[in-house]
Design a protein around this ligand. Sequence first.
Ligand code: IRO
Length: 311
Amino acid sequence: MVSTATRIGDFQFDNCLMNAAGVFCMTREELAQVESSAAGSFVTKTATLEARAGNPEPRYVNTDLGSINSMGLPNKGLDYYLDYVIEEQNRIGSKPHVLSLVGMSPDETHTILKKVQASDYQGLVELNLSCPNVPGKPQIAYDFETTDTILKEVFSYYTKPLGIKLPPYFDIVHFDQAAAIFNKYPLVFVNCVNSIGNGLVIEDETVVIKPKNGFGGLGGDYIKPTALANVHAFYKRLNPSIQIIGTGGVKTGRDAFEHILCGACMVQLGTVLQKEGTEAFDRITKELQAIMAEKGYETLDDFRGKLHYID
Ligand code: IRO
């Protein structure tokens, strides 16, 4: 009997697959669709304190190899998502969920997290330190000093389970420096990776999305090797109490298997979910189960993090 059940901190999930923030999570209706699918959980669209309309359209385009987006953090505001996850938390038989959020400034991030701290919500929170698409705002987690300052302040008042969504890093020294900062804090998880920021896709002679003259975050096949490298780099460097969520380029059971082999305890679907809908959870779960059965693995712990190197 093969199980794809998993846990993050004290939270148990029947399945290790869930949506990635940004896909199928803007409205209650979309979140309910993920909830009723084979997914083990859902994460909400990253919320700011107030609702935002985001960038002008077209702002999300699928390509043969993945996707490019510059949504610009459109969302219905913190209260919309916070109310929903509290409602869900109180519903008998519901799964544990993840509330994604970030402020438009460090001050706003603290205002938001203090609201969540004071609320009835007891579930997981993902602080998004890696949105690439708000004009004039850098990806926070590429600035190590600011990241350290924000986390230090956060953990002076926030006592509920918290993780962070990271951008991809591309240098071994950056893995070392980032991990040294994260290891100072009682993070429950890090999620590797957000989209590869500021790619450019062109059709004929023209960019395919309108914001930022076509520059946007890449997802899908383009980013799987980078995502796997980030999952494994942080798996090797972080305190064992900090778990890894793997996100990036997962469209088959084999891709999910590779993320887990690199150390992920949960795997998120972005581009494939946007392309295929929530049926993707069922298909990819079955493909992952078939690989596990063939290899004689019964649980994720039988192979999680056990990537083989060449001697
Ligand atoms: O443009 C977005 O809304 C967006 C966000 I907040 C993010 O974290 N990652 C992404 O690719 N797009």
